[in-house]
Structures are given as structure tokens and as C-alpha cells.
Design a protein around this ligand. Structure first.
Ligand code: ZN
Length: 150
């Protein structure tokens, strides 16, 4: 288990150092801003839609390693998906990071997103890992207000 944990840690550090899709989309179909006051993470998520398809998705921002890696892995996971698929992935992700630490995780479609399962043991970190997702949802719903995890 500790090997697995180290592997997860490595993936998170890698995505923090070299975040994928770390850029703006100009002009985006939709965008939203998110803020996690507990940690100081700030993120802007950009989406370019083609009908119901998320043709491109990217992010910018500053924050801790977990928030940045989450934006990176989330955008990588969502490109080319439909809004419905994105919603159900968000549900699975949310269930994973909020479940008790001793409950085994169903990988399902989470794939690489499983690296965030470790945040279950650190409630404050759950907000860091979820910020990108809440912000994405706001972008998809075309909400104008800044999303706050508080
Ligand atoms: Zn954070």
C-alpha cells in the first residue's frame, strides 16, 4: 500500500510541475473562476464546447500541488467527453474524495484520478482536490459568480 501511495504522490508532483492543459482558451465557450480560501488556491477553467461535447478544456491559476495537479488530471480526463460523462465522472470523483478512508475505492472510470484517493485522510485537502471540478461545473452551467469551496 505504501508503494501505491508513493506512486500516487509521484503522479501528483509530476502534474504539479508540468501541468497539462495549463493555458487559456481564447475565446472560450464558457469559463469560470474558483477560489479555495482555506488554502488560497485560485483557478480559472476554460471550456470550448461543440454541441454537447467538451472539445477542449484548460485551466490557469495558482495554488498548492494538489489543486494544480487536480486541474491537470481533470482537464486531461475530460477532453472529448460529453457534459453527461463529465457530470458522472465528477460524481465518482466526489464520492471517492469524501468517502471514509477505510472504504475501498471502486476505480470505475476514475482511471488516473484515483491518485487523489489519498486526500480522504486530510479533509482540508479535499477542497484542494475538488476546486477544479466545482469550477468546471460552474463553467458548464455558465455561472458568473466566483466559485468558493467555503
Ligand atoms: Zn490547496
Amino acid at each position: 500500500m505504501s508503494d501505491l501511495r508513493e506512486l500516487y504522490q509521484e503522479v501528483i508532483l509530476d502534474h504539479n510541475k508540468r501541468p497539462r492543459n495549463f493555458r487559456a482558451i481564447a475565446p472560450p465557450s464558457q469559463k469560470a473562476e474558483g477560489f479555495n480560501p482555506l488554502c488560497g488556491d485560485r483557478i480559472t477553467v476554460y471550456v470550448r464546447m461543440n454541441g454537447d461535447l467538451i472539445e477542449d478544456v484548460s485551466f490557469e491559476g495558482s495554488g498548492c500541488a494538489i489543486s494544480k495537479a487536480s486541474g491537470s488530471l481533470m482537464t486531461a480526463a475530460l477532453k472529448g467527453r460529453t457534459v453527461t460523462e463529465a457530470d458522472s465522472l465528477f460524481q465518482e470523483f466526489h464520492t471517492m474524495v469524501t468517502s471514509p478512508a477505510d472504504v475501498p475505492i471502486e476505480t470505475g472510470r476514475l482511471d488516473k484520478l484515483i491518485v487523489f484517493s489519498g486526500v480522504r485522510e486530510y479533509p482540508v485537502r479535499v477542497k484542494c482536490a475538488s476546486l477544479a471540478w466545482h469550477t468546471l461545473r460552474a463553467a458548464l452551467e455558465a455561472r458568473q459568480d466566483v466559485v468558493s469551496t467555503e
